[in-house]
Design a protein around this ligand. Structure first.
Ligand code: SF4
Length: 229
């Protein structure tokens, strides 16, 4: 395990414990900015964790690869195992057919979370993990109740696998997520992930006279530096 400084501005991390003494966590990860703080908290708490990157929702492929590479970079830094799952985007488009115009946090997102958590739970059951969770819930743009409902539903068919509904935003998690993203200069995506969220975010920006999203160019450190000026 590489030597890692887990402190952030003098903050001392409380030690996390799994809900019922589970020993192997399979953590679904959506991207490095959301995952960073959670991964570091788990590593500092010595909870055996493997990252499961399964996000066929992310569009286009270059954006998917960029988000994945950022996450791999940080997993390597922590010495954390990383599973690179399928980019089965055709399957994702099949699942959300008819939900293209749903708003964010609506029915399409439930389908999207279901699909990602179902594979996470299947993989957990097949490979001896007794706990799953997801980094998705740390984002303030997401509905935590919706995410937790999908996670619990995915784990339900597997008696040996539980879903951990820990609130990663608590105890300063949200602000440390930003601090850590800045420290690590993570890529800072500006839309949730799918082609429909890209479309809707651009529409929203246009309605306010703002520029369209430029994918692949914004990184946290640079953004924070300009805010400091
Ligand atoms: S907005 Fe985000 S969570 Fe909802 S369907 Fe698109 S990628 Fe999935």
């Amino acid at each position: 395990m590489p030597a890692v400084d887990y402190s952030l501005g003098g903050f001392k991390r409380p030690k996390l414990q799994t809900p019922n003494g589970e020993t192997k966590l399979l953590m679904h990860s959506c991207c490095a900015p959301c995952a960073g703080e959670i991964m570091e908290a788990l590593a500092a708490s010595e909870i055996e964790t493997t990252i499961f990157f399964y996000n066929p929702n992310i569009h286009p492929r270059e954006e998917y690869e960029l988000r994945k590479e950022e996450n791999i970079r940080f997993a390597q830094k922590l010495g954390m195992d990383f599973i690179d799952a399928d980019y089965d985007k055709d399957h994702w488009f099949d699942r959300v057919k008819g939900q293209e115009n749903e708003p964010e946090r609506g029915a399409r997102c439930t389908t999207c979370f279901d699909m990602r958590f179902e594979l996470t739970a299947q993989h957990a059951q097949a490979h001896g993990f007794d706990l799953i969770s997801s980094t998705l819930g740390i984002s303030r743009w997401k509905d935590m109740g919706q995410i937790n409902g999908c996670g619990a539903r995915a784990a339900n068919p597997y008696p040996g696998v539980s879903y951990w509904d820990f609130n990663w935003r608590k105890q300063g998690g949200s602000s440390r997520m930003l601090e850590l993203s800045k420290r690590e200069a993570f890529y800072q995506q500006e839309y949730c992930g799918c082609v429909y969220s890209l479309r809707d975010t651009n529409r929203w920006r246009e309605s306010r006279g703002r520029e369209k999203i430029e994918r692949g160019v914004k990184f946290y450190q640079a953004a924070m530096k300009s805010l400091d000026k």
